[in-house]
Design a protein around this ligand. Structure first.
Ligand code: ZN
Length: 472
């Protein structure tokens, strides 16, 4: 039996640490969500899949989960798009939000407990700014915006480990903006411009009409739903600086408490310059996966074949290899479902696979090792099933272990749905064949079988009737 120690890499300490929820029961997770102004690309979804893996491994460990993922529905790009089209920010973000959830469900990313929108939490954001102003960590500048004073917060830079001199040199800052006391101070509250008012992106505040800064919304929604100290805050590695650094400054500046115990970050998906195989065109969004008939299971397999803290290169060859990999898993799943019994050895093989996969997943979500153990299990179990054993308990154990592993990885593609026209034709021909057989006209029955197989359909007579599938 595998141990139950659960280790995660904490960006804050740059160490692998043993993790358990603060209350011993429920893991409270905040994950930075998409900015809903255009469909998220597959790089974003790599991060969301890492968070899906985290969720599922936490469930496997036996803890409950409360995950919040925000939807950024007010920002410069959204306002620009709304302004150009003469519509409100809500009209820009509503259809994109729908696409995000459709894409997420296509990839089998489990629902977070909450998907709060920034525009629904303006009062919470204003409350944080007020506290920061009271504590002299924020100031109202001449331009009507409120800024966070980073040199008043001594821990600034503790997550990214950039000291303020580096920040000064590296950050993209408006050097011509003289209203800030320090070029690196970031906006908590931005005074409203005419396009903000025109697109519905301005709200009243003690500092006049304006809108929240991006960093502020995450602090406000995270603390609103998860308390002042979270168990885990996650996101893509590109968010460490400045976004997460600024979230820490605002939250800890306001509460005086640690904002999150663990910070977990997923690495990049590299697509640029990657050469896709001829059969696959360029794949950048979930819609492209659908258009090219790349199953969600294959994309999950592809993503999980590299550890979440390593860069992942997308190529046509890699996607095709994953499509082939999940086909093997699907064949095995079908075989396991249809088997009647197995050899006793299968029970031991299943127990080994279970222990190996669990140990890998509890060790900083090591999905590539878990996938490797799954394929070893498939290979060994197939060999046992070839031996036509009679042990029902061994088979039940193998089924349970396979279901448990797949509850995390979720890499069995949906049964290939043949087109409805073909399905109807096959059903009609099979009915005719059944009639011919009932009338003992075997020549006719064989002719119909040949006719069906000529269209790439394999049929199999079983005690429960005739089954068919399109040849892969
Ligand atoms: Zn965030």
């Amino acid at each position: 039996m595998a141990g139950t120690d659960f280790r995660l890499y904490n960006t804050l300490t740059r160490k692998l640490e043993s993790f358990s929820p603060a209350d011993g029961e429920t893991v409270r997770i905040y994950a930075c969500g998409p900015t809903v102004y255009r469909p998220a690309h597959l790089g974003n979804f790599r991060t969301f899949l890492f968070e899906d893996l985290l969720r599922r491994v936490i469930a496997l460990r036996g803890w409950k989960i409360f995950q919040v993922m925000n939807l950024t529905d007010v920002d410069d790009k959204i306002i620009k798009s709304a302004s150009e089209r003469g519509i409100s920010i809500g009209e820009v973000t509503a259809p994109i939000t729908k696409i995000f959830h459709d894409d997420r469900r296509f990839l089998r990313i489990q629902d977070a407990e909450l998907y709060p929108k920034a525009t629904d939490h303006i009062p919470e954001m204003i409350a944080i700014v007020k506290r920061l102003v009271e504590r002299k960590l924020a100031y109202l500048a001449d331009d009507g915006s409120v800024y966070f004073a980073i040199d008043k917060f001594k821990d600034y830079g503790k997550l990214s480990r950039l000291d303020t001199r580096e920040v000064r040199a590296g950050a993209r800052v408006l050097q011509d903006d003289y209203s800030k006391e320090n070029a690196q101070d970031f906006a908590l509250w931005k005074s409203a411009k005419p396009e903000d008012e025109a697109t519905g992106a301005a709200w009243g505040s003690p500092w006049g009409r304006g809108r929240p800064g991006w960093h502020l919304e995450c602090s406000a929604m995270a603390m609103r739903y998860l308390g002042e100290t979270l168990d885990i805050h996650c996101g893509g590695i590109d968010l460490i600086f400045p976004h997460h650094e600024d979230e820490i400054a605002q939250s800890e500046g306001a509460t005086g408490k640690p904002f999150s115990r663990f910070w977990c970050h997923g690495e990049f998906l590299l697509t640029e310059g990657s050469k896709m195989a001829k059969r696959l065109g360029n794949v950048a969004t979930v819609q492209d996966l659908r258009d090219q008939n790349i199953p969600a299971a294959a994309f999950r397999h592809f993503v999980f074949s590299t550890h979440y803290r390593k860069q992942l290169n997308m190529s046509g060859e890699a996607l095709e290899a994953s499509m082939e990999g999940v086909r093997r898993i699907a064949d095995f799943a079908e075989r396991l479902a249809e088997a009647k019994a197995a050899t006793p050895e299968l029970e031991k093989i299943a127990a080994e696979a279970d222990a190996e996969v669990t140990a890998a997943l509890f060790d900083d979500l090591n999905a590539p090792i878990a996938l490797g153990a799954l394929f070893t299990f498939v290979r060994k179990a197939n060999a046992e099933l070839d031996r036509n054993g009679v042990d029902k308990r061994a088979l039940a154990k193998a089924r349970a272990v396979f279901a448990r592993i797949n509850s995390v990885l979720d890499v069995v593609p949906e049964a290939a749905g043949p087109d409805p026209e073909l399905a109807q034709w096959v059903d009609e021909r099979l009915a005719a064949r059944k009639t011919a057989r009932a009338e003992r006209d075997f020549a006719k029955a064989d002719a119909i079988r040949a006719e069906i197989e000529a269209r790439g359909v394999a049929i199999e007579d079983t005690p429960h009737g005739t089954k068919w599938k399109t040849a892969r």
